[in-house]
Ligand binder design. Structure first.
Ligand code: NAD
Length: 255
C-alpha cells in the first residue's frame, strides 16, 4: 500500500532513542525527511548517523522540547531546509521516577511532569498549525499512555494526569484544525521495551510481561507502525482519536 508519505517532512520530539527513534526510522523508510528534536545532543547525533546509514534524510536540532524558543527555531529550521512541515510527533517524555502517592508528592514533581509532557505537546502543536495549513495537509500525533486510562497505578498521578491532559488537548484541537485538512490524534501504548522503563527491577519487568495477555512488552517498532499509518494520506478521516495499543491488557492497577 502506498502511504503517500514520500517527500513529506516530519518533526519528532525526543527522537534520539526509544519510541521516537522508531518513529523516525519507520517514517524515514517511507521517504519522509526527518527533523529530530532531543535535549540529549549525543543521542540526537547518534540517531542521525543511524538513520542516515539506512538512506534516510535526517537532521537534528538539540534542545529542550518544553522551550518555546527551541520550538520556534526548530520549525524555522525545518521550513528553511525542507520548505514544509507535514507531520509532528509529540513524543518527548520522561519516566515516573520518583513515584509517589499524591499525599506525599512534591508540587515540583507534579509540575515538572505536566510541563514536560503536556506543555511541550501544546507549544509544538501550536507552532505546527500555520505551516501545515499552508500545505493543506498535516498530521499531529501525540503520545499518551495506558497508564492513564482507567486511572494509572498508584504513585503516578502526575504522569497519569499529564497523559490524560494530552487527550483533552488532542480531541479539542482536532475539531479546530480539521477544516484545514489537518488531523490530531493520540496514541496510548502499554509498556514498551525502552530505556524509559529500564528503571524497573528485573522482578517488576517479569511481572509486567506476565500481566499482559500477550506475555510480553510492546516493541517500539509496533508503536511506530501505528504512527506511520496515522501520518499517511489514508488516515485523513481519523481525527481526535485516542488509539490504545497494549496487547489487550487494559487494567493498569498493580495491586
Ligand atoms: N516506554 C513505555 O513503556 C511508554 C509507554 C507509554 C508511553 N510512553 C511515552 O512514549 C514517549 C517516549 O518514551 P520512550 O519509552 O521512548 O522513552 P526514552 O526514555 O527511551 O526516550 C525519550 C527521549 O526523549 C528525550 N527527552 C526527554 N525529555 C525531553 C525534553 N524535555 N526535551 C527534549 N527531549 C527530551 C530523551 O532525551 C530521550 O531521548 C514518552 O512520552 C513516554 O511517556 C512510553
Amino acid at each position: 500500500m502506498d502511504l503517500g508519505l514520500a517527500g513529506r517532512v516530519a518533526i519528532i520530539t525526543g527522537a534520539g532513542r526509544g519510541i521516537g527513534l522508531a518513529h523516525a526510522r519507520a517514517l524515514g523508510l517511507e521517504g519522509v525527511s526527518i527533523v529530530i528534536n532531543d535535549q540529549d545532543s549525543t543521542a540526537a547525533m547518534h540517531a542521525v548517523e543511524v538513520l542516515s546509514a539506512q538512506g534516510i534524510n535526517a537532521t537534528s536540532q538539540t534542545g529542550d522540547a518544553t522551550d518555546p524558543e527551541v520550538v520556534n527555531q526548530t520549525v524555522s529550521f525545518t521550513l528553511e531546509k525542507h520548505g514544509r512541515l507535514d507531520i509532528l510527533i509529540n513524543n518527548a517524555g520522561i519516566g515516573v521516577k520518583p513515584a509517589s502517592e499524591v499525599e506525599h508528592m512534591p508540587l515540583s514533581d507534579w509540575q515538572r511532569m505536566l510541563h514536560i509532557h503536556l506543555d511541550s505537546t501544546f507549544v509544538w502543536s501550536r507552532a505546527a498549525v500555520d505551516p501545515m495549513r499552508k500545505n493543506g495537509y498535516g498530521r499531529i500525533i501525540n503520545t499518551s499512555s495506558m497508564n492513564f486510562t482507567g486511572g494509572g497505578r498508584p504513585g503516578v498521578a502526575h504522569y497519569s494526569a499529564a497523559k490524560a491532559g494530552i487527550v483533552g488537548l488532542t480531541q479539542t484541537m482536532a475539531k479546530e484544525v480539521a477544516k484545514f485538512g489537518l488531523t490530531v490524534n493520540a496514541i496510548a501504548p502499554g509498556y514498551v521495551a525502552t530505556e524509559l522503563i529500564s528503571q524497573f527491577s528485573a522482578d517488576m519487568m517479569d511481572r509486567l510481561k506476565k500481566q499482559n495477555p500477550a506475555g510480553r512488552l510492546c516493541l517500539p517498532e509496533e508503536v511506530a507502525a501505528l504512527t506511520t499509518f496515522l501520518a499517511s494520506t489514508h488516515a485523513g478521516f481519523i481525527n481526535g482519536e485516542l488509539i490504545c495499543m497494549d496487547g489487550g491488557r487494559r487494567d493498569y492497577y498493580w495491586g
